[in-house]
Design a protein around this ligand. Structure first.
Ligand code: FPP
Length: 247
């Protein structure tokens, strides 16, 4: 049976939490209840990630495309993030969890922006799990903002255009200082990245599980970690076994 400790844990797991709406629809409930149940799955997953010794857990909580949803649902998602931070911050702090937020904060309301900053500041010295919350996040937008930042550096004379390389772009992303995800999990059976961590996903293992996000449990998480541990990651090289045969 899968438990928290019986495998080599990936350093960084990122999750596309999909299927809250379908979970609710299947039960004849309003979509908002699916999102609320989704927050419980967030708490359980953070606990499971800590127990498994994972360094970074990134959760896709609100995409830059989610603004297209009805205003009431957008407000619900904002409200849930606010409540989560208010209610869980002390617990997360006690658990040595550091919070980082990625995404564009410019379009966010002042109260949300301040709360996100407060959560980051309050946990900045924590050395356990880093919980990265992707909020108003879109990978293309993140890459475009990084490119604009580098262009401004060139314009100001602090950088030469031909000094721009993959490392400099990487260091200008919201995820600067965070290692690339080793494993990206998407729930609900959909098999796409939907503008999530496109740059950082270059060598990530992708895993798609059929359960809707509110039904995601530590057991499903640990089973995914087991499947990850069995994968052969080559980063463009060749497997050591193939090297031995060829020599
Ligand atoms: C996808 O389900 C889920 C979201 C767009 C939001 C995820 C948000 C939470 C779980 C709650 C807030 C998060 C935190 C970190 C406190 P969907 O609505 O797209 O489902 P559907 O595809 O079935 O309609």
């Amino acid at each position: 049976m899968s438990t928290a400790q019986n495998r080599a844990a990936p350093e960084h797991v990122a999750i596309i939490m999909d299927g809250n709406g379908r979970w609710a629809n299947a039960r004849g409930l309003p979509r908002a209840l699916g999102h609320r149940k989704g927050v419980e799955a967030v708490r359980e997953t953070v606990r499971a990630a800590r127990e498994a010794g994972i360094g970074f857990l990134t959760l896709f909580a609100f995409s830059s495309e989610n603004w297209r949803r009805p205003e009431a649902e957008v407000n619900e998602l904002f409200g849930l993030l606010k409540t989560f931070i208010r209610r869980d911050l002390a617990d997360l702090n006690r658990g040595n969890v550091r919070i980082r937020i990625i995404g564009d904060r410019v379009r966010l309301r002042d109260d949300i922006r301040e709360l996100l900053l407060e959560a980051e500041d309050a946990t900045v010295a924590n050395t356990g799990l880093t919980l990265v919350i992707a909020f108003n996040y879109g990978a293309r937008d993140e890459i475009a903002r990084a490119a604009a930042h580098l262009a401004a550096e060139v314009q100001a004379g602090r950088l030469k255009a031909d000094e721009i390389d993959a490392q400099k772009l990487n260091d200008s992303l919201d995820t600067a200082g965070i290692p690339d995800p080793d494993l990206i999990i998407r729930t609900s059976g959909e098999e796409r990245l939907s503008n999530f961590l496109l740059w950082q996903a270059a060598y990530a293992e992708l895993m798609f599980v059929p359960e809707f996000w509110p039904d995601f449990t530590p057991e499903i998480f640990y089973a995914a970690l087991d499947r990850y541990a069995a994968r052969d990651r080559r980063f463009g090289g060749i497997a050591p076994s193939a090297l031995a045969i060829g020599s």
